[in-house]
Ligand binder design. Structure first.
Ligand code: PXP
Length: 245
């Protein structure tokens, strides 16, 4: 079965809409874990638009599965990660004003910077994951860096599968093939493979059936459903899909 990491950023988005103290990401993490998820993911953005430093500190003390901190490879974030010590740090590109993460890291062009950040995190006993597009050169660069995990960006497939055709150049089938080929390449290089971005109850199955992909990180869709049916049910329904053969 494919593991599920639940990204709870949007619980904090709702709280920050009023700059108040509810809903609490810590409570959401507890509920998601009780429903059976395998990990909790949060993205501490440089602009602190949703998750705050205090959330990360509290989650580090309360999460019983695994805490995955998504972060830009900046000095500030590396310092915070080294203090908080999440189980995994997923390095992502971050641009001011973006609605969500736009594409994967460019590990070829920014090799030295990303590699140095990964080494600083690994030195603090934090497993590093690189969020990258499903491209051969990116996987090869990640392999040269010696990182233990990559997270393949599933956005092109996800957008195409939901017929958001204006956003994508590939068909869903073509985008899925790229993800599969990248997962196989990374797996054969001994890199653990995660995936995520844009996945929903409707399109997740094709990705979860790729044997090399151990874990998927899903946020917006699960939290959206949770707003209507409750977090426990939303997480259980996603887990049920990931468990199907
Ligand atoms: N993985 C990464 C690296 C992300 O940046 C995000 C979005 O925060 C996700 C997974 C989850 O994406 P979504 O919210 O579309 O499920």
């Amino acid at each position: 079965m494919t593991k599920l990491g639940v990204n709870i950023d949007h619980i904090a988005t709702l709280r920050e809409a009023r700059k108040t103290n509810e809903p609490d990401p810590v409570a959401a993490a507890v509920l998601a874990e009780l429903a059976g998820c395998h990990g909790i993911t949060v993205h501490l953005r440089s602009d602190r638009r949703h998750i705050q430093d205090r959330d990360v500190e509290l989650l580090r003390e309360t999460v019983k599965t695994r805490l995955n901190l998504e972060m830009a490879a900046t000095e500030e974030m590396i310092r915070i990660a080294r203090e908080v010590k999440p189980d995994t740090a997923t390095l992502v590109p971050e641009f001011p004003g973006e609605l969500t993460t736009q594409g994967g890291l460019d590990c070829v062009r920014n090799y030295d910077m990303i590699s140095a950040a990964a080494q600083e995190l690994e030195a603090a006993a934090i497993a590093v994951s690189l969020f990258i597009d499903p491209e051969k050169q990116q996987i090869e660069a990640a392999q040269r860096m010696g990182v233990p995990i990559i997270e393949i960006n599933t956005a092109s497939y996800a957008d195409a599968s939901l017929y958001l055709t204006l956003k994508t150049e590939l068909t869903a089938a073509e985008a899925l093939e790229e993800i599969k080929a990248s997962a196989i390449l990374a797996g054969s290089a001994g890199i653990r493979v995660h995936g995520g971005h844009g996945l929903t109850y409707r399109n997740v199955r094709a990705v979860s059936q790729i044997p090399e992909i151990e874990e998927l990180n899903i946020g917006h869709n699960v939290i959206s459903r949770a707003a209507l049916v409750g977090l426990d049910r939303a997480v259980r329904e996603m887990l049920a899909l990931l468990q199907e053969e």
